[in-house]
Design a protein. Structure first.
Length: 117
């Protein structure tokens, strides 16, 4: 990214809230590269699960099974996957029941009820 993005442009990185992205080595690197701006997704964001699932499906069905001899071939495969996916989009089928989801939300609320939120 550093080599391919013109130096006068800022680079915004959208990352999940995973702990490895917040280590001292990462923070030191970001401090030394002020044009890079890290934006973290919120914790317990159910909408991001759908995005993660979409990327997981892309990885499982197209990227890992394919043979890409260059970045250009990989990019073409991803664009083809998106085009095919958008031609015949289908919703994700969630396997948890409403009761399971509500029970999970209840446990979460109990866990954070005294956290100062």
């Amino acid at each position: 990214i550093e080599a391919n993005v013109p130096p006068q442009l800022d680079v915004h990185l959208v990352m999940d809230n995973y702990g490895t992205h917040k280590t001292s080595s990462i923070n030191t690197w970001l401090a030394r590269h002020p044009r890079f701006h890290a934006h973290f997704t919120p914790t317990s964001a159910s909408w991001i699960n759908q995005v993660e699932r979409w990327f997981a499906t892309l990885s499982e069905t197209d990227i890992r099974r394919g043979t890409h001899r260059s970045t250009r071939q990989l990019e073409q495969a991803i664009r083809q996957y998106i085009q095919i996916n958008n031609t015949d989009p289908r919703p994700f089928n969630w396997t948890k029941s409403a009761d399971d989801i509500l029970a999970s939300v209840k446990r979460f609320c109990l866990r954070i009820s005294n956290s100062g939120h």
